[in-house]
Design a protein. Structure first.
Length: 592
RNA sequence: GGGCGUGUGGCCUAGUCUGGAUAGGGCAUCGGGUUCCUAACCCGAGGGUCGGGGGUUCGAAUCCCCCCACGCCCGCCA
């Protein structure tokens, strides 16, 4: 037993199938499961629209609804069946629902919401940004979505590994090594000018991603008009590919990555594994992929010796009907190396999920075409999200100078949170205030990115990202803290929580129980659909239900048995909201 | 030009996969609520051609077709 709504749904669907069958309308329980709607709130728990069945049977829908409701068998947590117009309405046995929901929450504790264990190993690869400089806000959507998806899949019962694919082989990371391989005072003037650190900032005082990343944009500009510099960078790429990369290359890459990961850690994103692209070249996997592609059905060789694939027939855009596998000098390209990486992932995992920005959509299809060409039938599942754009238009880009640094956003969020905490709480120590502010700021930013469907483009606006009110991370944290506070004052911070289901009778109480009961279904839904934002929507609804309860129903000042029962309800809310916050990667706060 | 995605009150958004009851929320605006468990909260009000047009259906924000607008991609970059 892991979902308090499951038995009642199953009962309804099973009996409905039987009764509709008796009316001459055969429909499987599975099909009916999909047709069973949530009834409008206040009307009932579930509703079934009879129009379709009625039409097929030749009975007026209203009559069919009346007939079905009249002698529908109760039980399984179903207390009452009514009809309204063409709808059959199913009402749960509320005391029984309260009992099964709260008991389940207390029995499972931190495990509440999780599904039955599964054995298929899943890999969620996300973020995988080049180690060339600090994260901007546009990039973190990938990490937030990927990290949350991984948390949800774990909750759904899968063994999950998160991976960061570190691209240390491309031109972009070579650019950083190239510029830092010479003393700063010998840098080309335009680079030195463009990369000048602000007053008082040095390598010792600044995070490595910010420090090493500073010249990135200027170098990128320089390479467009300086063939000699471009040639030197190209030479470096060849060195890396042949395994003779300067030690500095890996050192800088690791330093920059470390700085980047520190930023992600601030919003709860961590990785299980890192796969450095260069290792795939050095262990020969990329070479083997190139050899297999050379013998592939549609392999061709371009005039300058570049190996390519004639990809017509793969549904790629016309101009892109050729996939280039190696450069003229024989060095590999990113899609080719990514094939090697995917073959490796397939050997380690049953399911491979790639979180990709929409700008990688074509890459995804290229990758699939190349996998076909090497005779690999397995496919990654792509979780595609739209970009975060800048209000003036266009997506964030460090190179174009249109980007907001994640660290800057977080610093600002934490600063504002600090001011808010100070305003509200005079009793806390400076350390407590600082800690709360960090989690509130981080929670606001992470939730802001998470609350919107991945399919939707997001326009970045400071005021929205920094909102602590309404549908926000801090609202959830505040709700959790309120629940924690009541339990603390009652000295009831741990089980057991005895309760009497019949003592919980107000609309606010029963709605809160219903919300608590919806977590397992939400987890199952998201693990199936990858609609990670649904967890954010759920969390908000739960917190809202709790705040309404809090407002209208006294707990500590109530008489028994209401008092104990309400304390149990508060404890169940704290557990459920806490488990949900864990899924969202938003820190729980016992006080704020 | 082709491919993918998006379009829901002033702004942001859920619902779209699997069609079903008066399209839910948040921000902003206006009006209320704290001698009482944390007002980062709660209650109420106004505000909607669900981008436009056709179609399918008993029924369309949801499915199909056409069109419009916006974003991204269409490198021997990643």
């Amino acid at each position: 037993m892991w979902d308090p709504w499951l038995s009642i749904r199953q009962h309804i669907v099973r009996e409905l199938a039987l009764r509709l069958g008796a009316h001459g309308y055969p429909e499987s329980a599975d099909a009916l499961e999909r047709q069973l709607d949530d009834a409008p709130s206040g009307v009932a728990d579930f509703g079934y629209a009879t129009h379709r069945a009625a039409k097929s049977v030749g009975t007026p829908p209203e009559r069919l609804a009346t007939e079905l409701a009249a002698d529908f068998p109760l039980g399984g947590g179903l207390a009452r069946v009514t009809s309204e117009g063409a709808y059959v309405n199913f009402h749960a046995d509320t005391p029984r629902l309260i009992e099964s929901t709260l008991e389940l929450v207390f029995a499972r504790g931190p495990e509440y919401g999780r599904g039955p264990p599964r054995t298929e190993k899943v890999c969620v690869e996300h973020t995988s940004a080049n180690p060339t400089g600090p994260f901007h806000v546009g990039r973190v959507r990938n990490g937030v979505i990927g990290d949350t998806m991984a948390r949800i899949l774990r909750a759904a019962g899968y063994p999950v590994t998160t991976e960061y694919y570190v691209d240390d082989m491309g031109r972009q990371s070579a650019m950083i090594t190239w510029i830092w391989s010479m003393p700063v005072d010998q840098w080309p003037p335009e680079v030195r000018e463009g990369a000048r650190p602000p007053e008082g900032v040095s390598a010792a005082t600044e995070k490595a991603d910010h420090w090493y990343g500073r010249p990135y944009r200027s170098v990128s500009e320089l390479l467009k008009k300086d063939p000699l510099a471009a040639q030197q960078v190209g030479e470096l790429v060849r060195q890396v590919e042949s395994g003779n990369s300067p030690a500095r290359h890996r050192e800088i890459g690791e330093a920059v990555l470390k700085g980047m990961l520190a930023s992600l850690a601030r919003i709860g994103i961590r990785f299980d594994e890192f796969v450095w692209e260069s290792t795939l070249v050095q262990d020969g996997s990329v070479g083997r992929v190139i050899e297999r592609l050379r013998k592939a059905p549609h392999a061709t060789v371009e005039e300058n010796g570049a190996l390519a694939l004639d990809a017509r027939g793969y549904g790629l855009p016309k101009e892109n009907a050729t996939i280039v596998v190696t450069r003229g000098d024989g060095t590999s390209l990113y899609p080719t190396r990514d094939v090697a990486y995917h073959l490796q992932k397939f050997s380690r995992f049953a399911r491979v999920i790639d979180v990709l920005g929409q700008d990688h959509q074509l890459h995804a299809r290229t990758l699939v075409a190349m996998l076909t060409e090497v005779g690999e039938a397995r496919r990654p599942e792509f979780l595609i999200y739209q970009d975060i754009t800048v209000p003036e238009g266009g997506r964030m880009s460090t190179r174009k100078g249109k980007a907001v640094n994640l660290d800057d956003l977080l610093d600002e969020a934490v600063e504002r949170a600090h001011a808010e905490v100070l305003k509200r709480r005079e009793d806390l120590s400076e350390d407590q205030v600082t800690e709360i502010a960090q989690h509130v700021g981080a929670g606001a930013v992470r939730f802001h990115v998470l609350r919107i469907a991945p399919d939707k483009p997001v326009k970045f606006r400071w005021e929205e990202a920094l909102s602590f009110e309404g549908r926000s991370g801090p609202f959830l944290q505040y709700s959790y803290a309120r629940a924690a506070s009541i339990l603390r004052k009652a000295s009831r911070e741990a089980p057991p929580y005895p309760f009497e289901a019949t003592a919980l009778t107000t609309h606010e109480e029963t709605e809160l129980v219903r919300a608590i009961g919806r977590l397992p279904g939400t987890v199952a839904y998201v693990s199936r659909t990858s609609h990670v934002h649904t967890v954010a929507t759920y969390a908000f609804g739960l917190a809202e239900a709790f705040n309404r309860f809090y407002q209208s129903v006294p707990v500590l000042r109530a008489e028994e048995p209401a008092k104990s029962s309400r304390l149990a309800l508060v404890a169940a809310t704290r557990q459920t909201l806490g488990n949900t916050l864990d899924l969202l990667g938003v820190e729980r706060l016992e006080r704020m």
